[in-house]
Design a protein around this ligand. Sequence first.
Ligand code: ADP
Ligand code: ASP
Ligand code: MG
Length: 418
Amino acid sequence: MALIVHKYGGTSMGSTERIRNVAKRVAKWVRAGHQLVVVPSAMSGDTNRLLGLAKEISERPSPRELDMIASTGEQVSVGLLSIALQAEGLEAVSYAGWQVPVKTDSSFTKARIESIDDARVRADLAAGKVVVVTGFQGVDPEGHITTLGRGGSDTSAVAIAAAMKAAECLIYTDVDGVYTTDPRVVPDARRLKSISFEEMLEMASLGSKVLQIRSVEFAGKYRVPLRVLSSFTPWDIPLDEEASSGTLISFEEDEKMEQAVVSGIAFTRDEAKITVVGVPDTPGIAYQILGKVAEANIDIDVIIQNVSHDGKTDFSFTVNRNDYARTLELLEAKVVPALGAQKVVGDPKICKVSIVGIGMRSHSGIASTMFRCLAEENINIQMITTSEIKTSVVLDEKYMELAVRALHKAFGLEEPRG
Ligand code: ADP
Ligand code: ASP
Ligand code: MG
């Protein structure tokens, strides 16, 4: 008998019929003798709908109230799933984040889990119940409801698995594992049987929304055995077959992994580019610009400072697209006058495309293959950033799909690895 955490995403919970299906699958695991904590997302579309309602009333709704609203989607899901489990003849109980409690900091809309008190859940499991806990939400030290950022149910599930030292955390979703890139964009993308933790961390941080980045961070920190698999297989497939399907996030040494120089391609439209034009090229400029942005709790990603001409330079960086307007306003009000810069310009229609692979550590020339491939497609690169196991380029967003497909081909990702 093992303690297992299952997480079901929005599409998997998308209708009462699908919820019944989830309940049947969970019941199969319970009948095989396992203790189950189940973490569902809101039904697909619900979180968008709820946030949309708030935006109909105000352009800048208070983050605290947004969390109050958005968290209700998951509350509906846990209740429905518990009822479905009870209809399967199981004992089940649902909890909101604050009831467990899942304790977070107070960064509304992007809170971080600080600790989880598992006593209540353990007592229920010991009493033979299936425990259904809301994904995505928690409670801050003052008792306010918080949410963990979009896609945050993955993180709730892995954090609960870590806190309870579960034998495994299974992330059930609408694809049957982690692919070389998003299979919705590249239909011949290939499923990976396993992916190293480090690569998964990069893929998630660079935009592959199959797992929220914080969930991968938790898995790494607490060594939670983590697998991504499909919730759309027939619920009654043999448990052993199901348990070894999908993609395992592996902590094994590199040589035991599927070997490839580039393992996957990630992309995101979530960023926007900002350039401060005509900044005096003197020490402290980066700090004066980015310091102000950081003080406003805005995360910065790619940064470029150009060579100066006549003592002036241009300074560009990217931020999340949601922070675009706020960043422009802030720079115009506080930074341009203080620095005597010429102006601020922005472009919200960019994308970032990245190649990821631990093999890049030991192989040179990978980035140049990437640049050649993009040049052959006539795609202009606006910014470049690299780390040991990834190279990212910022492009006009209209080239995103073309770039991803061309790179997928250029690195032979559709071919089986030898
Ligand atoms: P859930 O609602 O189950 O959390 P998400 O929509 O958040 O599901 O994540 C699953 C989606 O992630 C897939 O439908 C797929 O389009 C997308 N995706 C992006 N990159 C990848 C990838 N490399 N492998 C698999 N899926 C990916
Ligand atoms: N319901 C939340 C969202 O749509 C959390 C999640 O699905 O993981 O972002
Ligand atoms: Mg998700």
